[in-house]
Design a protein around this ligand. Structure first.
Ligand SMILES: [Fe+2]
Ligand SMILES: [Fe+2]
Length: 128
């Protein structure tokens, strides 16, 4: 399967996976009596799905000699760090600072897709 096609379909599926986990997380946090164990599990899953997706993209960028790999990876690292910061805040009992985790991360991810993932898709689509 050509790299461009693999990227656009797999990438879309992995973005949807992250959205599903994030929406579930937001629903758990919005409950009247939030379940800390389920929220902690959901946060771990969100981080794992993000890291897996970023690793896939970065392997693809390397393989294709993508010239913006450095900046793209830096943006991935920023997002992964944001998730870790939210997890630390939650684990330390600062739920008040984590209530808007998903809206915040969703906005950051959407901006990343527009700025970085779309550029990668265009690059791969121009490769012979
Ligand atoms: Fe990306
Ligand atoms: Fe992506």
């Amino acid at each position: 399967m050509p790299a461009a096609h693999a990227y656009t379909s797999d990438n879309h599926d992995e973005h949807l996976d992250m959205e599903t986990v994030g929406a579930h997380l937001a629903a758990l946090m919005a409950e009247d009596a939030p379940d800390r164990i389920l929220i902690a599990q959901s946060l771990s899953l969100l981080k794992a799905s993000a890291l897996l997706h970023f690793a896939h993209e970065e392997a693809l960028m390397k393989e294709a000699n993508y010239p913006n790999l450095f900046h793209h990876r830096r943006s991935h690292n920023y997002i992964a760090n944001e998730i870790s910061v939210f997890i630390s805040a939650f684990v330390s009992g600062r739920e008040a600072t984590t209530n808007d985790i998903w809206p915040h991360l969703k906005a950051t991810l959407d901006a990343h897709i527009i700025r970085h993932d779309n550029d990668l898709a265009s690059f791969l689509n121009t490769k012979p």
